[in-house]
Design a protein around this ligand. Structure first.
Ligand SMILES: *[C@@H]1O[C@H](CO)[C@@H](O)[C@H](O)[C@H]1NC(C)=O
Ligand SMILES: *[C@@H]1O[C@H](CO)[C@@H](O)[C@H](O)[C@H]1NC(C)=O
Ligand SMILES: *[C@@H]1O[C@H](CO)[C@@H](O)[C@H](O)[C@H]1NC(C)=O
Ligand SMILES: *[C@@H]1O[C@H](CO)[C@@H](O)[C@H](O)[C@H]1NC(C)=O
Ligand SMILES: *[C@@H]1O[C@H](CO)[C@@H](O)[C@H](O)[C@H]1NC(C)=O
Length: 236
């Protein structure tokens, strides 16, 4: 047991050395890996297929981030937003984006998405248009972040605080190396100037509500953060 823990620690240290220049406060282990607030949600896999404008809905809500040692990120979020004036009007938002990371001198972290690849889908049973999927491109600044060890699970925990004070739910390390889609532009015009075909797909709202029968509670602050990301919504 002791040896297993030691070798794990050593391999984490090896990764940490290859990672960007972290401040000592964040230096417990490398940020490289896949982090998730809820085992149901992870980056990579089928969460989003950007070329098909398609999401594969997880069984529960949550958020997940992945980072690589060479400066790429992927972000996956699936959230419910309660409606105070009408409790039956719960809005579901799922989004995904990937791109590059900037570690700033003041200890903050900036996510720079590949603009053509991000996708967002909003399902609102009370809206005129109940199911909307569109592009998503949200550059985000996290003013501070840190990695600690959770006393109960003995797992690494990543905490991200957004520039506007919003605290992201704590995320646990679930994979290293990270589970991610290829860390390059996947749709639109890529680095070699070639256009990748885009296809739209619609998903069945009734099926979606069936699958998400066990909503996780989310705080008003988390709900607010969703609103900030909605841009240029178009009908699917
Ligand atoms: C991070 O920790 C390693 C190992 O303790 C140390 O060698 C390195 O200098 C630290 N880096 C920073 C930026 O504090
Ligand atoms: C969701 O749960 C169902 C039934 O338990 C399972 O078959 C399916 O693989 C799960 N989906 C995901 C994405 O985990
Ligand atoms: C809450 O639901 C009402 C309909 O009952 C709707 O008019 C309103 O826009 C919703 N508010 C939010 C924040 O979604
Ligand atoms: C930290 O640096 C980033 C990038 O240069 C900048 O956008 C941000 O405003 C800075 N934050 C503070 C608190 O100075
Ligand atoms: C650009 O996309 C084309 C078509 O999918 C692919 O063959 C090519 O390798 C891509 N180039 C780069 C640099 O990603």
């Amino acid at each position: 047991m002791m040896i297993a823990i030691l070798s794990l620690t050593l391999s984490f240290l090896a990764l940490a050395r290859a990672a960007p220049d972290f401040s000592s406060a964040n230096n417990l282990t490398s940020i490289a890996g896949t982090w998730s607030s809820n085992a149901a949600v992870s980056t990579g896999g089928d969460f989003c297929t950007p070329a098909e404008m398609k999401f594969d809905y997880p069984n529960n809500t949550g958020i997940s981030y992945s980072f690589t040692d060479d400066g790429f990120f992927e972000e996956a979020q699936y959230r419910y937003t309660a409606n105070a004036s009408n409790p039956s009007c719960i809005q579901a938002t799922i989004f995904w984006q990937h791109g590059t990371i900037g570690f700033n001198d003041n200890g903050s972290l900036t996510l720079y998405p590949f603009g053509s690849d991000g996708r967002i889908q909003v399902q609102d049973p009370c809206a005129a248009v109940t199911n909307v999927i569109t592009y998503y491109d949200q550059q985000t600044l996290y003013s501070d972040w840190g990695i600690t060890v959770d006393a109960q699970t003995a797992n690494y925990v990543l905490r991200l605080n957004r520039f506007d004070g919003a605290k992201m739910p704590p995320m646990y390390l679930i994979a290293r190396p990270p589970n991610m889609l290829p860390t390059q532009i996947l749709t639109g015009v890529n680095a070699s100037g070639q256009t990748v075909a885009r296809k739209r797909s619609t998903s069945d709202v009734s099926q979606f509500w069936q699958r998400s029968a066990a909503p996780e509670r989310i705080s008003a602050r988390e709900g607010m953060m969703l609103g900030a990301g909605l841009v240029g919504v178009a009908e699917a």
